[in-house]
Design a protein around this ligand. Structure first.
Ligand SMILES: C[S@@+](CC[C@H](N)C(=O)[O-])C[C@H]1O[C@@H](n2cnc3c(N)ncnc32)[C@H](O)[C@@H]1O
Length: 313
């Protein structure tokens, strides 16, 4: 039985504060843990539209959310396609949630190639029905593009020798499996290579799934998808994503100021619900180590009903 423990669940529910009849959009359905809790809290009139790029996760989530019947609409889609992937009559939401990155089945299933802990073909796609696998990227990208990936997404040292090693190896034999890649890393990083593998695999996964680009598109769509009074939370798991979310939310919530006097000339339509990101408690980290790097940020769209939130943040 595939399981995924929803991260920061209590905090997500608190900050998104589901109300009876809320329309919920979960753009990273996973196995449906957050969706289920939000929908339960929104009562019998609440509804959910949820998407995921991963068909296998969708199949499990469908089972898990079966009890809600027609209140749930599940779409196989990438959130970078928002808002166009949504039904035309469902484009305004009271709650939007994005819980980014990997789910437990991605790590636990050795055939997905996300982890360096087991030897498997280097796939790493969330959506196995389209796009290039990690092995294809390693085989086809030129040295400069590979260096950019490892530098920007992995912030790895010794990127130049690493790419030289990968390119030398691929001319002999394609780099097909996680052990092919870890062998190349061992040559470059020596005894430090176990410390580098998480960043190396993260960088490749981000490139395969175009994660930075997808998050940028999602953050651009959120303001239009939030109904007046709506709340949106994003849970990020590394600093590149968290910085993008922080910058987008701060800029949305920035008031316009008079250039001469510096006084506020127009209040923003949005309000930050988190000045600092919310992290998991020690207790949660002990139960679910994956929550260690989670950072939750949230924003609300103003209405007269959300003014109490302004006062509290
Ligand atoms: C951390 S898991 C979500 C877990 C979920 N909150 C739960 O409680 O089960 C992230 C999910 O988002 C999906 N995902 C990641 N990037 C995506 C994207 N750009 N578009 C759609 N789904 C994406 C992954 O396939 C994965 O199932």
């Amino acid at each position: 039985m595939q399981q995924h423990i929803p991260v920061l669940l209590k905090e997500t529910l608190e900050i998104l504060s589901p109300q009876a009849g809320d329309r919920i959009l979960d753009v990273t359905l996973g196995l449906g843990g957050h969706s289920e809790a939000l929908l339960e809290a929104a009562g019998k009139a609440g509804s959910l539209v949820a998407l995921d790029a991963d068909m296998e996760n969708i199949a499990i989530a469908k089972e898990n959310l079966k009890k809600f019947g027609s209140r749930v609409t599940i779409l196989h889609s990438n959130f970078s396609e928002l808002p166009n992937c949504l039904p035309e009559d469902q484009r305004q939401f009271d709650i939007i949630l994005a819980d980014l990155g990997l789910s437990s089945p991605h790590i636990d299933d050795p055939t997905r190639g996300f982890t360096f802990r087991t030897d498997a073909p280097l796939d790493m796609r969330f959506d196995r029905s389209s796009g290039m696998t990690a092995a294809m990227l390693l085989a086809s990208l030129d040295e400069e593009k590979l260096r950019k990936i490892f530098w920007e997404f992995g912030e790895l040292p010794k990127v130049r020798p690493l790419v030289t090693e990968i390119v030398a190896r691929r001319t002999e034999n394609p780099i097909r499996s996680s052990s092919d890649l870890t062998d190349a890393a061992k040559v470059v990083y020596g005894y430090k290579s176990p410390q580098m593998l998480p960043q190396l695999f993260q960088a490749l996964r981000m490139a395969v799934n175009r994660e930075r680009e997808a998050l940028g598109n999602l953050l651009a769509a959120i303001p239009f998808l939030l109904a007046p009074g709506g709340r949106c939370a994003v849970i990020a798991y590394h600093s590149i994503e968290d910085t993008l979310v922080k910058t987008a939310f701060r800029s949305l919530a920035a008031d316009e100021k008079d250039l001469l006097t510096g006084s506020i000339s127009k209040k923003s339509e949005f309000v930050l619900l988190t000045r600092k990101p919310i992290a998991a408690s020690e207790q949660e980290i002990q139960k679910n180590p994956r929550s260690r790097s989670a950072r939750l940020r949230a924003i609300a769209k103003r209405t007269e009903y959300t003014d109490h939130r302004t006062a509290s943040c």
